[in-house]
Design a protein. Structure first.
Length: 397
């Protein structure tokens, strides 16, 4: 009986030891798999920060191994409405990439998801006093070749005590990339002491690399510049429109918070960048650059709409000068060619209306213009100051 009891006890102890060993191994393998999956997510985030929104594809994220566990990307797809903080883009939702990575070792498998938001703070730009003796420089790193960088420069035409008017002059590109820099418009509001000038610059980038748009003024003045970048499968600048000879695209009077302007039919009228008629024909993206005088920090536009259908434009970036005497904003609307493109927003053969609404005491003096692009990927428009941020990181069960 004693031998039987001892044998049974030993067998039980061995079984418990085996079970504990199996549980320990399973726990170890599960932990390794989770760490490997997190490593794959870190790799995905790193590549997204380097290569940009258009790299949101599982084929762009190769698998790997970590401490005996292997991982691979199961999926990656663009999400149009990721929940984010106000600091991301001034809104509660943003474009982003939702990715999923799975890792395994032995019998253990762990799957991790991540939401990566394309953050572009709406309050960003450069400001100062100068422009003649010191360059006005805006720097951007394009994620994709053949992209278009848009810069909107606002500047004080005269000094506070008067003096000669000034206007924006040359622009050029610097850095390690190739491309071109062209003026879309340079117009000025009324000739009062505090009147403002506005300049739209369109720079094309043929390659990826450090890129800067450098501008000059005819004399040193207070200035503020903001901008945006548009990427896709070979983005093309089609043309720009601004009317120096009417109130449609420059200073207006009155105290109403709703201002209306007009542009010529972009499908048939005006001159495109390539010299053909139609400054906006065949576009899928309309960009609006706005420069205005202000008196306080909260002087901004609150909305921009275009055409008879009042198609709403989306704010990309705005910035105020150091002492808030003027500000610059960039808005845009994207409409796929399959849905009629920007062409469908124009009135036929007659001027097309646009509307802006404003806050604060702005804006009796302003200057603005439009630029048209095609082949823009709707997930890519962003301010020149932008970053990618993970907002959700969780294990899928």
């Amino acid at each position: 009986m004693l031998v039987i009891v001892v044998a049974a006890s030993l067998r039980f102890m061995l079984a418990v030891a085996e079970s504990n060993s199996s549980v320990t191994l399973a726990h170890l393998q599960s932990t390794k798999a989770l760490l490997a999956a997190d490593s794959g997510i870190e790799s995905m985030l790193s590549k997204m920060r380097k290569n940009g929104p258009l790299s949101c594809n599982p084929g762009n994220f190769p698998g790997g191994t970590l401490d005996g566990a292997s991982y691979a990307a199961l999926s990656a797809a663009t999400v149009t409405d990721l929940p984010v903080s106000q600091a991301c883009n001034g809104l509660q939702l943003a474009y982003g990439c939702r990715g999923q990575v799975q890792a395994s070792v032995g019998s253990s498998t762990r799957t991790v998801n991540v939401d990566i938001a394309y953050c572009s703070p709406t309050n960003a730009g450069v400001t100062g006093f100068g422009g003649y003796t010191t360059d006005i420089v805006q720097t951007i790193y394009p994620y994709q070749p053949n992209s278009v960088v848009f810069s909107n420069l606002a500047f004080r035409r005269k000094l506070d005590w008067g003096g000669p008017n000034t206007s924006a002059t040359t622009c050029n590109q610097t850095g390690i990339v190739t491309g071109s820099c062209a003026q879309g418009w340079s117009i000025e509001s009324s000739s009062g002491l505090n009147s403002v000038g506005g300049r739209g610059v369109i720079a094309t980038t043929a390659t990826v690399g450090n890129y800067a748009v450098v501008q000059k003024l005819g004399a040193d003045r207070n200035y503020v510049a903001t901008g945006a970048i548009f990427e896709g499968n070979g983005v093309t600048y089609l043309g720009a429109y601004a009317d120096e000879n009417s109130a449609s695209n420059k200073g207006t009077t009155g105290t109403s918070n709703i201002v209306m302007g007009q542009v010529r039919d972009g499908r048939t009228l005006g001159t495109a960048a390539n010299g053909t008629a139609g400054w906006c024909k065949g576009a899928d993206t309309l960009v609006f650059g706005f420069s205005a005088k202000s008196e306080m920090a909260d002087d901004t536009l609150t909305s921009v709409s275009f055409g008879a259908s009042n198609a709403p434009l989306r704010l990309l970036e705005r910035f105020s000068s150091t002492n808030f005497d003027m500000y610059s904003e960039v808005w845009y609307v994207h409409k796929p060619l399959a849905q009629g493109g920007i062409d469908s927003l124009f009135a036929s053969g007659v001027p097309t209306n646009f509307h802006i609404t404003k806050s604060g005491t702005t804006t009796d003096q302003w200057a603005a213009g439009f630029a048209c692009l095609k082949n823009v990927d709707p997930a890519t428009p962003r301010g020149l100051v932008s970053f990618m941020q993970p907002y959700n990181w969780w294990e899928a069960f």
